[in-house]
Design a protein around this ligand. Structure first.
Ligand code: FAD
Length: 479
């Protein structure tokens, strides 16, 4: 067991980096750990060491570059003073409440395949573990060549690899735009972006968009890039099937009616060797649920950590920031990270606090970005009729090969009312991914319209028995 200073921050994305920098600035000693090889999270993902210049170009943080550089410089300076311990390649697999704070159990995978157990103890814990792509199944979604939109983006930013030569993107939400723009800039032909929503929601309620001019400018930049590369954006359209023998060769798309069901007679087939699909994101709540953190409806089909105006959860000493509190983009994550650190400083009685005017401005910015996130959720809902494009033999849980028909049958006879009960009866969600991939879809079939809350997973990542039983060596501090 290692004393990890005053605060452990799990997740070094925009939220975790900002929180750590603010807490360090206020005089605390911080341990910041991340499962990835470098800080940055999804938005500021860095290329892997062996990647070439294409990855460096794709990962260049055009948006928020100044913030990224300032946070990186602050963290490096605090590492030199010894007040920040940065643990990369460390995956926190569980966390527990202790008498005087929290114990975070992690595995060090810096020398993979070797795994070393690490246990960190601190009086305060901030969970900033981000989110992951929400997937809705469709016939053929298990064909090689069908990826998540986030996966396509990660390949580009991490390795400079456009996953295919001719790509179709589908789903809903503004995230499809940067992915399409990056793929086109990386040399792929983006044959279509199929956006399930229409633009009318934004036109009806433009307020939050107008109050966030930076987001508006960012979207306009992507729209211009797509126009330059002649990428067609088809609204009110969904990918309803992927086809191919051995790997994907084409997608079928259809216009959607007001309920989100495919309109008969509007189907078309588009040739593609790669398909990227994203229906927004699901907050990564494993550690928070295990610690007993209350959840709240995020308004986008998922539950998120319930926090007060200072990012405090309902568990004393436990804080959450960024996409664990609801999906809203990097600027919101940075703002919430800072607010969380200010609360930690106050709660631990640390002398350093930001001046009240700066704090009020930070709170106002977070409120503005949160309102924008709610507007995005309203404008890009999951189409209620999405399950109508599943055939009974469409796999829903790919790990355990459970079909839509099997899920439907336990729901139809009243045996299962949510994804947990479906899991008990069909094994959907019991495999390697522990329902991260299929959970939201299984829940959508069992309890349409109800927000998805993940089941408790005491072990947040698969780990070896050796690491599980390991004595917990002191954390190694990478140079
Ligand atoms: C795959 C993907 C790609 C994205 N790409 C973009 C993009 O290109 N542009 C854009 O505007 N938005 C993108 N987003 C949205 C983006 O995630 C957010 O806007 C922003 O990065 C949120 O910041 P965050 O700090 O809350 O979370 P994240 O940036 O997701 O950071 C969370 C960090 O926590 C770490 N982590 C998670 N669980 C553990 C654990 N148990 N132990 C240790 N570490 C852990 C992760 O490795 C990650 O580094 C993407 C999201 C995803 C899921």
């Amino acid at each position: 067991m290692s004393e990890a200073g005053d605060l452990v921050v799990v997740g070094a994305g925009p939220a975790g980096m900002a929180a750590a920098a603010t807490a360090l600035h206020g005089g605390l000693r911080v341990t910041l750990l991340d499962a990835g090889p470098a800080p940055g999270g999804q938005f500021w993902r860095r290329p892997v060491r062996t990647a070439g210049p294409a990855a460096a170009r794709a990962a260049d943080p055009r948006h928020g570059r100044r913030t990224y550089r300032a946070l990186s410089a602050a963290l490096s300076a605090h590492r030199r003073t010894g007040r920040l311990t940065l643990l990369t390649d460390h995956h926190a697999w569980t966390a527990a409440r202790a008498e005087d704070g929290f114990t975070v159990h992690a595995v060090d995978r810096g020398r993979a395949p070797e795994e070393t157990a690490v246990a960190l103890r601190a009086p305060a814990l901030l969970v900033a573990t981000g989110a992951y792509d929400r997937q809705l199944p469709f016939p053929g979604w298990d064909l090689p060549g069908v990826l998540t939109a986030g996966g396509l983006q990660a390949l580009l930013k991490g390795g400079g690899v456009p996953a295919g030569a001719r790509v179709v993107l589908g789903g809903t939400g503004p995230f499809l735009l940067p992915v399409a723009a990056a793929l086109a800039a990386g040399g792929a032909k983006v044959a279509a972006v199929c956006e399930a929503s229409g633009p009318s929601a934004w036109v009806r309620r433009p307020g939050p968009l107008l109050r966030c001019p930076a987001r508006w400018a960012e979207a306009a930049g992507y729209a211009a890039a797509l126009a330059r590369h002649r990428v067609p954006v088809r609204t009110r359209t969904a990918i309803t099937a992927a086809e191919g023998t051995g790997r994907v060769a084409a997608v079928r798309t259809a216009l959607l009616d007001a309920d989100g069901s495919p309109l008969p007679g509007t189907e078309r087939t588009i040739a593609a060797d790669t398909v990227g699909v994203g229906w927004g994101f699901v907050p990564q709540l494993d550690l928070l649920v295990t610690l007993g953190c209350p959840l709240a409806d995020a308004g986008d089909g998922s539950m998120a950590a319930a926090v007060d105006g200072g990012q405090r959860t309902g568990v004393p000493g436990l804080y959450a920031a960024g996409e664990t509190c609801g999906v809203g983009g990097a600027a919101l994550a940075v703002g919430e990270g800072r607010l969380a650190a200010v609360s930690v400083l106050a709660d631990l009685g640390a002398p350093g606090r930001p001046n009240p005017r700066r704090l009020a401005a930070g709170r106002a910015a977070v409120a503005r970005h949160r309102a924008f996130a709610r507007a995005v959720a309203r404008a890009h809902p999951l189409p209620p009729g999405w399950s109508s494009w599943l055939t009974d033999d469409t796999p829903v849980c790919r790990c355990e090969e459970v079909t839509a028909g099997a899920v439907r049958s336990v729901c139809a006879d009243g045996s299962a009312a949510d994804h947990r009960q479906v899991k008990q009866l069909t094994r959907a969600g019991m495999g390697w991914c522990q329902g991260r991939m299929c959970g939201p879809a299984v829940h959508g079939l069992a309890a349409p319209g109800q927000p998805y809350a993940p089941a408790e997973r005491l072990i947040a990542t698969p780990l070896t028995l050796g690491a599980l039983a390991g004595p917990g060596e002191p954390p190694s501090v990478p140079s």
